[in-house]
Design a protein around this ligand. Sequence first.
Ligand code: FNR
Length: 346
Amino acid sequence: SNGSSQVKSGANRLSYSDKTILAPMVRVGTLPMRLLALQFGADIVYTEELIDWKLLRSFRRVNDVLGTIDFVDETDGTIVFRTCSREREQVVLQMGTSDPQRALKAAKLVENDVAGIDINMGCPKEFSVKGGMGVALMADIEKAKNVLETLVSGLRCPVTCKVRVLPDVDRTVAVCQTLAMTGISAIGVHGRTRDERPQHSNRNHYIKAVANALSIPVIANGGSKEIESFEDIKKFKNETGCSSVMIARAAEWNVSIFRKEGRLPLDDVIKKYLVLSVDYDNNGSNTKYCVQNMLRELQETPRGKLFLEAQTLEQICAIWGLGDYCRARQLEFKAAGLLGRREICP
Ligand code: FNR
């Protein structure tokens, strides 16, 4: 069947140098957004952060109707992670973890279906930090190293991590060097400390110092406030001395930021996003959340208000003239015996 027979040889192992990357974003980085980022020219797409124990509570299921591989929560039937062959060589699954063995077990479950595994060492949210995950790992470097070493030696796919800078530039470089020695293939660096918020300016010179000190690719992150065009991505590369960059908010707002030819009007992006949401039977509330983050202040317009009232995927689609398309596809899925998350439960 799909996926598991694809044993990776060294030759087509994912390279992280000179890449433009969709950053990991909770709720935003689900399959339709990742596929649209790839359509627009992103080289690598990260999933939203998936917590190790949630993955471990799921089972793998090939979905022949949608052409996807689903990891289905065995307790409530929800889709924890949906992927497909189109992204197989470019998707990196980001994991939240605080335990080396649990991380390895969870990664083993998905390793034949993804191009790489990334460990989140940057999330400052209480949920993560309290559980010893995210940025808490940067305060426990022995554990962080242990997680990465365990994954590097136990997996066939490349392993990376994503960190935040520390208040001191030399400490930041030292910690990244220590992490790099575990055998990871690249490191993503967000140029804000754990206490800095998105409105703070990004410490591009810290990222540059890390890039200068390390021999593995350093992926610059945190530049979205200054990224409004493809040219701005190049500028961010230059300022950080990195050949790879990872973009979160600028892609959340308009994912056609990855287009070399320039961004598309938002309505075109929304329509393409909705078609993918329909084709991959994306959860309606997830689609609504993502479109809401694209609309931003446009939610105040009459159409925006109509959108906020929409309760189903079909109602959302209807606002962009795709209501019939949505209904027809959903009927097809139903006829094929697989509609919605509930009905795929065993
Ligand atoms: C994030 N970020 C994030 N980071 C991470 O490592 N795992 C995650 O799941 C998330 N989730 C997430 C959701 C949303 C809605 C946003 C806006 C951000 C942080 C993100 O990857 C990135 O580090 C920062 O947003 C800074 O990069 P930009 O936005 O300046 O490109």
